[in-house]
Design a binder for this molecule. Structure first.
Ligand SMILES: Cc1cc2nc3c(=O)[nH]c(=O)nc-3n(C[C@H](O)[C@H](O)[C@H](O)COP(=O)(O)O)c2cc1C
Length: 214
């Protein structure tokens, strides 16, 4: 069966996309408003788009036609922190997705601590295993009210316990125990065994390798 998106309404397109493009990593985004109030919310329209330059992308939908606090804060302040979510932090992340209304600090509601960032004004989530400090580089407002954000990563925080070799930047990724978003209203996946598996890249066959000197 083929679904032609030009013949589908928004709700049907969304259902098809969210239940097939899985798993999606979760950006647990902290921002700050002009009064210095810290906002936190999860976004699974998220991924790393490039490592050189280090760019990640976020998609922030509107809520009942109005801009979400995260989108408003990024547009106003230009900076944000993407914190990653471990299995242990899943319930707290879910709590910060509740629509508490502008001005309510989700981190307090979820019993979390803010920790100072290194290069940007918004703080990171102290409990998060990894935090990426970002400068918004391109904002792409959509006619639907969604805001697509491209951000440059300026700094990365990671607990030393999760590093195998700091000098060589070897991370103990399974130890991060990150989760991803799946289908439906509330399905998630873990990134560790037994779901994780290894498949080394294949070498290029000799007869297809580029001639020497090219
Ligand atoms: C796991 C998860 C992923 C989410 N992903 C998105 C997303 O990609 N885009 C979006 O607009 N909302 C997403 N949401 C909903 C927002 O987190 C929610 O609307 C939140 O209240 C926005 O907060 P804010 O107004 O403080 O920015 C997600 C919620 C959860 C629980």
């Amino acid at each position: 069966m083929i679904f032609d998106f030009s013949e589908l309404d928004r709700a049907r397109r969304t259902k098809l996309l969210l239940s097939t493009v899985v798993p999606r990593p979760i950006a647990w985004v902290t921002t700050q408003d002009a009064a210095g109030r810290v906002n936190a919310a999860p976004f699974s329209f998220f991924n790393l788009l490039s490592s050189d330059p280090p760019i990640l992308g976020l998609g922030i939908a509107p809520r009942e036609g109005a801009e979400k606090d995260t989108a408003a804060n990024i547009r106003a302040g230009g900076q944000f922190v993407v914190n990653l979510v471990s299995m242990a932090l899943a319930p707290a992340m879910n709590m910060t997705a509740v629509d508490f209304g502008a001005g309510v600090e989700e981190l307090q509601q979820a019993g979390l601590e803010a920790a100072p960032s290194h290069r940007v004004t918004p703080p990171r989530i102290a409990e998060a295993p990894v935090s990426l400090e970002c400068q918004a580089m391109t904002l792409l407002p959509q006619p639907s009210g969604s805001l697509i954000v491209l951000g440059e990563v300026l700094a990365l925080h990671i607990a030393e316990d999760n590093l195998l070799d700091a000098e060589r930047c070897y991370v103990d990724t399974p130890a991060l125990d990150l989760i991803g978003r799946l289908h439906g209203g509330g399905w998630y996946t873990q990134t560790r065994l037994p779901g994780a598996f290894e498949m080394p890249r294949l070498p290029t066959p000799a007869n297809l390798a580029a001639p020497e000197g090219r």
